[in-house]
Design a protein around this ligand. Structure first.
Ligand code: VGL
Ligand code: ZN
Length: 237
């Protein structure tokens, strides 16, 4: 389906810059060619979006997703994780809710540890205009999406922030395409936002490209180049 950009209104649109942090660009979990998206992301940030969000993966150093924290496990091995009891206990009417399923968790190298250089935005990113949203802060929960964890036990407040500003359309860019960008775009769509992902402002861990099919099938609209937005009349100041 052709993407209808002519009807996009900047005053109702937000850009979500996902995890453009040192560890994902040049650090322990560097995504290949990640530095190539920085100019495109900066160009997007010159456009008059009503809201510009920058997310940070922001883990405690004992985080469940780090292979180092599981004796005998290697990086990229998978384990099964269960919803943390202390968070379940905080759910209202927990006893009447359906049980939450265990999840498969890929084990990663230590990355984006709170208060370290690896977790900071990359130097070249024009991040001064960004409102920061942090995720993955809870020790027992992996959170690829900028909205909430897969069990819905922790929430970053992003949905409320967008809705309270009257945002209807979101443009998702950043790292990694097959993890946090994909999860954020799928959640944005699920929460009722018209959702765009810009291909040349995203890089993925894997080369397989299945994330683009998955997003397309969910109704996320894929824009090939940043240039298509930069040249749009509605976006010119
Ligand atoms: C991410 C792996 C682990 C991401 C975060 O930002 O895509 N990937 N944590
Ligand atoms: Zn992470």
């Amino acid at each position: 389906m052709p993407v209808d950009l002519a009807s996009v209104q900047p005053s109702k649109s937000a850009v979500l810059v996902i995890d453009v942090q040192n560890d994902f660009v040049s650090g322990s979990l560097a995504v290949r060619d990640a530095e190539q998206i920085i100019d495109n992301v900066n160009a997007l940030l010159t456009l008059p979006f009503a809201l510009k969000i920058g997310t940070q993966d922001y883990h405690p150093d004992n985080h469940i997703s780090f292979a180092r924290n599981h004796t005998g496990k290697e990086v990229f091995e998978k384990i099964t994780i269960f919803p943390p009891a202390e968070l379940l206990a905080k759910r209202k009417h927990e006893d009447t809710l359906p049980a939450l399923e265990p999840l498969e968790q890929i084990l990663w190298p230590v990355h984006c540890v709170q208060n370290t250089a690896g977790a900071a935005f990359v130097d070249g990113l024009k991040h001064e205009c960004l409102e920061v949203v942090r995720k993955g802060c809870d020790v027992g929960i992996e959170c690829y999406s900028a909205f909430e964890d897969p069990w819905g036990l922790t929430n970053t407040g992003l949905e409320d922030k967008l809705k309270s500003k009257g945002i209807t359309d979101v443009f998702v860019v950043g790292l990694a395409g097959d993890y946090c960008v994909k999860s954020t775009a799928l959640d944005a769509k699920k929460h009722g936002f018209r959702t765009f992902v810009i291909r040349d402002a995203v890089k993925s861990v894997s080369d397989e490209g299945t994330e683009w099919i998955e997003m397309d099938e969910a109704g996320v609209e894929i824009i090939d180049t940043t240039e298509e937005l930069l040249t749009l009349k509605t976006f010119s100041l």
